[in-house]
Ligand binder design. Sequence first.
Ligand SMILES: C[S@@+](CC[C@H](N)C(=O)[O-])C[C@H]1O[C@@H](n2cnc3c(N)ncnc32)[C@H](O)[C@@H]1O
Length: 297
Amino acid sequence: MNINKLLLKNKSRLEYYKIEEAQLESELIVMHVLNLNKSDLLLNLQKNVTKLELAKNDAIIKKRQKNIPLAYILKFQYFYNAKFYVDNKVLIPRQETEILVEVCLSILENIKSKIKILEIGTGSGIITGTLSQILNTKNIEYIATDISFESLKIAKHNILKINKNTKLNLINNDLINGLKGEYKFIISNPPYLSSEDMKTINKELRSEPVKALYGGEKGYEITEKILKQLSSVEIVFENLILEINPSNKTYLMKMIKQLFSDYFSYVIKDYNGNNRFILLSKNNATKFLDQFNYCPN
Ligand SMILES: C[S@@+](CC[C@H](N)C(=O)[O-])C[C@H]1O[C@@H](n2cnc3c(N)ncnc32)[C@H](O)[C@@H]1O
């Protein structure tokens, strides 16, 4: 069988099992099995695959049919054009989180002085890793926390693989307990599904760690705790960005108005126009937000 036929066969098998992105997944599987990048795959469509390659391909399809997410089967996920190791100890990076990274990059470009960035709930380390790779400066020290020790091991691997010079301090911690200091940016994509959301999640989401998904009865409890801790502990920050559940925007913005009345606040939308991110900034940040779909609050 040649590569083209294998791609089509995979696609129709995945569609039969109602996998949404069957075409894309079919390509990712074949690229992985044959160790080819996308352009080499397209240049070699007429090349035949070996029996061993076919067997490897079929083993992956079989697992996928059981609704194990492809990222957990292949043990990687692309984020911001880079390949990150993932397994079922960490959340699979989501594309919309790239917007959060872009907002940070926009505000952080041209950093000349020494600064610290704190990420709460780093998971696989995609946010800190991507910032470190792109900003690539010794002026930034990254502090990344997670309540899951297993995920910190993965974050360490990913962040140092993407930039071995990262000044990195990983802390196994409950949010920001015990942390002090001054931060240029505090970043978090905390768990934000509610009890109701958890009842209706599909089989694939159920493969991901509950700790990375469940935000409390209403979904906003962990985010609320972060905000309350930040307003009271010995932490000074210039910018804060949070990924949120759009349905919690009104509740959280009300709380932010009360706790951080001396900050500018912005709600930034994701690719689908949902209110997905909240940015707080000591200074007017509108000049950094031109390229984003946002509203000042
Ligand atoms: C939604 S995931 C985000 C992971 C990663 N930052 C990303 O964007 O893909 C939330 C992360 O927060 C961590 N977490 C949950 N509760 C926490 C807590 N109380 N303190 C610190 N981290 C926590 C989870 O283990 C998980 O890695």
